[in-house]
Design a protein around this ligand. Sequence first.
Ligand code: PLP
Length: 460
Amino acid sequence: FDGEYETDGALDPSLIVGVCAVADPELELRGERTRRDAAMGGASERYYAEPPRIERGWGALLIETRGRAYLDMVNNVTAIGHSHPRLADSVARQLNLLNTNSRFLYGLYADFTSRLLEHSPDPALDVVIPVSSGSEANDLALRLAQVATGRKMIVAAREGYHGWTMASDAVSTSAFDNPHAADSRPDWVDIVSAPNEYRGRFRGEGAAERYVAELRERLAELAAAGRAPAAFISEPVLGNAGGVIPPAGYLAGAYAAIREAGGVAIADEVQVGYGRLGSHFWGSELAGAVPDIITVAKAAGNAFPLGAVITKREIVDALREEGMFFSSSGGAPASMAAGLAVLDVIRDEGLQENARVVGEHLIEKLRRLGERHPMLGEVHGSGLYLGVELVRDRATLEPATEATREVCERLLAHGVIMQATSERQNVLKVKPPMTLTIAQADVFVAALDRVMSEVESLNL
Ligand code: PLP
């Protein structure tokens, strides 16, 4: 692809809607958006000072109004690629046929939920509740756990992000955290260590057992204080920490601990699920652990507003007995059409296998870059769910936050969209559409190689 693409008109910036509605679209693009992304840790302020005005997409490419193509290396939402024609056709057909709320029984509802359940890790997890986002899925999961156990307390692992609604924000601690959360975290939330073997509290041999022991101790303390937990929630692979895989045995141990304490295990698979890991469909599957509740979104609708909670009948029944059990647009026909098309494309185009093959190639090439670039501390993750951790010193692991910011900016000049992630903002988030080709992976690695040489000479 030579970077040139015909476009048929200028983008109307008022069509771009950010976190807050502002009257002046220019302000939205250059002011509010810049501050928001800096605060949320997307990248540096300069990175977004002149954001690409994206008009259309194709596979892993995003095309700007001026015709320039960017390789999107961060978009874990659009798992099947940007603007996939099967998704567009399927949603359009459904909108023309039946566009209503989720109150009525229509075939697609059953089709989507049963297709998603084909991926259920356990026959006991046989209920799907469609919702409209990852935040909503996690809020509902937390509520289900609370109602099913008759308890309030939720224990969450540090370095997780679960959403921006009240409950999911309350259990989040990543860089995307609300800056006031530490002060305002509700008393029904308790945070334990992130099982980050690279730079966490426990490392090396026995790390998994020590993290689990810490969790067990905390659960016992909470129970003794009359605050026995309803649930433990975590990202099975620490996505917002940069694709860090917890030490083997950790998740199974954590789930056993929460169950013994009378609570339920919630796996937030919003980022990691849907085959992105290559080797497994679910992050919890990679860890060899089966949760009681799974939450999905992002890839589920390929940026169409669709999420879901997958759980057990007895857990859902507890909430049903309480009465109100309804979402107006969660599970609406067009969302179901989108969800089904995504699952079809992942299967028919072999995208999980592609994530495995291209991911392995990418990991090997990135690790080889590490032989020449001392700032490359570690390559985390699996498949197309990777994090490249940049450090100032491999011995002390001092995070190379400034350099990471500079790398992101310079990659953009090379036509590669990249973002920093983790609490320290020193991990390159490598989570492209699962359609990424070997050639595109090589373009990214070559650009990163050049940019890292430039940035190393700046001594940031
Ligand atoms: N959970 C995880 C692990 C996420 O990464 C995100 C989004 O970044 C969410 C939940 C929230 O999902 P949404 O943005 O669809 O509300």
